[in-house]
Design a binder for this molecule. Structure first.
Ligand SMILES: Cc1cc2nc3c(=O)[nH]c(=O)nc-3n(C[C@H](O)[C@H](O)[C@H](O)COP(=O)(O)O)c2cc1C
Length: 373
């Protein structure tokens, strides 16, 4: 049934959807997903059609039970509309957001675009969201069947000083921390197209900027794990400096590699397609190679210290399994789902289980990092 869904999605549904502006399709999916998530019958049917459960895929990481390693990455469910639905679709976890202390209506549209030949999406949202205090209270009543994380960043506005931006991030964490109904935080230091990251010299994604935010966060005594969403287009040296900055802070449990591509000379782009692309940054295939390299680099150097989450250009079980073998304990995705269809999550999980069995492993933990020793 899953194979049939994939065929119908790619050959019938996607060609129609791809004729409609991407912003509108995204909103349509959030609204219909929110409605479906309220129906137990719909969720059971979707689960039966698409999800794949296997004890081999279950992991407990930082005391959180993940039913499988495939999560929805930050940015798709930016107002937490899909929290009840996503586990039925087969997701093993979901990061909502990036949420900010203040609501933000989003950058001037179009906020999304498609580059099908490059297997990429153009992203220009700038952390569109209703604001932490308007979202998290509702998340509680919606229930959940898999771990949920909250990604927090700075509200997208110009700040007079770097400290003013820090105040905004800390206010966001403080506000979110009052709500019990999620399992982990993501600290987003890496969205490449925010106003506030461009007008301040001491950026949050520099070692000194990161140290400042971590010093302030340390005072909050957060009880839930924090994962840092890392920038993609950094050298190993620059990445190491950020990792070394984070290492002394015990509440930072892991690193997520990585965020979007900014460099339009990335060789994975179709040259004609990228020339026509509007304002924004890019997901999907162009993020894949560098994400894999950073996962392997971080695993080699920091495997004892950090849990690694891999994200960027996952379209198949092989893509996800490669990230696991390079050192990722968990994997996130968005773009693969848009191009392949909603059944892809279960297919990837089934494929990972088969690949584990083929290699003679009994669990994901046994496979993590085996490709980089
Ligand atoms: C529509 C869209 C919105 C995104 N918004 C965010 C965001 O708010 N916060 C964030 O940390 N990453 C954001 N990202 C980046 C993704 O979380 C992910 O790191 C990136 O897309 C690579 O994964 P993929 O190739 O599977 O899409 C966004 C990506 C997309 C496609």
């Amino acid at each position: 049934m899953s194979t049939l869904t994939g065929l119908i999605y790619r050959n019938v549904v996607k060609p129609v959807l791809f004729k409609i502006p991407a912003d509108r399709v995204h909103e349509f999916f959030l609204q219909s997903g929110s409605v479906l998530g309220k129906s137990n019958i719909a969720k059971s049917m979707i689960h039966a059609l698409w999800a794949y459960d296997d004890p081999m895929l279950v992991q407990t990481i930082h005391d959180i039970r993940f039913p499988n390693p495939i999560g929805l990455s930050a940015g798709f469910d930016y107002n937490a509309d899909l929290v009840p639905l996503l586990p039925s679709m087969g997701f093993g976890f979901n990061t909502v957001g990036t949420l900010t202390h203040e609501a933000y209506e989003g950058n001037t549209p179009p906020m999304l675009g498609r580059l099908p030949k490059s297997q990429s999406l153009l992203v220009n949202k700038g952390f569109k969201n209703k604001g932490i205090r308007n979202i998290l209270p509702h998340m509680r009543s919606r229930g959940r069947g898999a771990p949920v994380g909250v990604s927090i960043g700075a509200t997208n506005k110009p700040y007079a000083t770097f400290d003013a931006m820090l105040d905004d991030i800390i206010a966001g964490f403080n506000e979110a921390n009052a709500f019990p109904d999620f399992d982990y935080f993501e600290l987003n230091i890496s969205c490449p197209n925010l106003v506030n990251l461009q007008n301040l010299p001491d950026q949050i994604s520099s070692p000194t900027g990161l140290k400042s935010v971590l010093e302030r966060l340390a005072h909050l005594e957060l009880q839930r794990p924090v994962f840092i969403k890392m920038p993609l287009e950094r050298s190993f040296d620059q990445t190491q400096q950020l990792c070394d900055t984070a290492a002394p802070y015990a509440f930072i449990k892991g690193l997520i590699f990585s965020n979007l591509v900014k460099d339009r000379n990335n060789p994975a782009f179709d040259p004609e397609e990228i020339k026509k692309a509007g304002k924004g940054n890019f997901s999907g295939k162009p993020t894949q190679a560098q994400s894999d390299e950073l996962i392997a680099f971080a695993y080699r150097k920091y495997k004892e210290r950090f849990t690694i989450i891999g994200v960027g250009g996952v379209f198949t079980a092989e893509d996800a399994y490669r990230k696991i073998k390079l050192g990722a304990s968990l994997v996130q995705m968005i773009t693969g789902m848009i191009y392949q269809g909603p059944q892809i999550i279960g297919e990837i999980n089934q494929g990972i289980a088969a690949l584990l069995a083929k290699d003679g492993y009994h669990s994901i933990a046994e496979a993590v990092g085996t490709g980089c020793r």
